[in-house]
Design a protein around this ligand. Sequence first.
Ligand code: AMP
Length: 416
Amino acid sequence: MAKIENYNFKDKKAIVRVDFNVPLDENGNITDDTRIRGALPTLKKILADGGALILMSHMGKPKGKVNEKLSLLQIRDAVAKALGTDVKFAPDCAKAQEAAKELKPGEVLLLENLRFYPEEEGKPIGIDKNDPGYDAAKKAMKESQKEFAKTLASYADVYVNDAFGTAHRRHASTAVIADYFDKEDKMLGLLMEKEVKAVDNILKDINRPFTAIMGGSKVSTKIGIIENLMDKVDNLILCGGMTFTFAKAQGGKIGNSIVEDDKLDLAKHIMDLAKEKGVNLVLATDCIAADNFANDANTQVCSVMAIPDGWEGLDAGPDSIIAFRNAILPAKTILWNGPAGVFEFDNFAKGSKAIAEAIVEATDNGAFSLVGGGDSVACVNKFGLADSVSYVSTGGGALLEAIEGKTLPGVAAVAE
Ligand code: AMP
């Protein structure tokens, strides 16, 4: 696989798939520019070499239609400021041939939102999966996806994929486009390289003990990764909303707490699996229960097995926090995905904060810690601890799929 560090972009036009899917407020202002900053090392390397940049990204879910609210024009100035140079804009990403042709070394062209074209995702629009014509529509769409990818590829001499957040998708710009470049002219960007290395640290170069902390609202969305981790971890902390599915599965009274009633057997299966694999499964034993889903609700500490009617567990309790810390502090490899409570409410953020702080302590003692997946990243940011863990991943779904052991199409495409 070509390596960006060794590539000389002088006089080359590089088309770079970035993840500029940044959150915007109602006035179109960027509320968090982490993703733009994340792409800068790659973009600056290309410009410093004397290359020209063609930037492409999606934003939101326009579902194959032009939607001004999701126009990348809104972020052009922010990208220009971050790069310290002007950024030209191509208002139609599939008709940017002229703009790309005129691009000189050191210049930057930003393409409009790729997902204004259904070809980007390659899924037929407006036809149900069960419709008799679906397969034919899908086949036709795959063909036009190839054409779309070929058009994008025609703008440039070299392709760089630096969008880890979409690396688990086989989209035109993340994977299909790579077919139109020679092996030596396609590569991962610097951010992608770091992400892939961080996952390798967790999956391949494991220093023990390895503690994984999985939280969030539901067990169902995390089951793939939980099962995969069973073969790898020494300690597995399961916390957050899924606590109550486990408590109920064991005959607990959980009041109004969030629960997946159809996943009680799954919870039992996970407990059995942990026993079978010799994994130390750490579940919350107590919680902070609230009489209302609100920051200013009345609270009481109670066992997760005996929550009074009308009350719901919204955070981990003090005994659970001690158990979590004990499993995190001695660890040498740590993975955290998903909060231990409704951390968006300050009064129910203690469990998540305690986890973040324990991870920082373990990291100071030499552990490799990877925090990833939307909400846990929001957690470490909220507590100001993002710089104190080893690596904060930009990928949500992509990170989880990589840790599940799946091959990411966006990585495989440039490696082939
Ligand atoms: P997920 O998207 O599955 O990672 O879940 C993240 C969400 O889970 C966050 O918005 C949390 O507020 C929520 N969450 C965590 N613990 C609880 C809980 N005990 N009850 C309800 N929601 C929770």
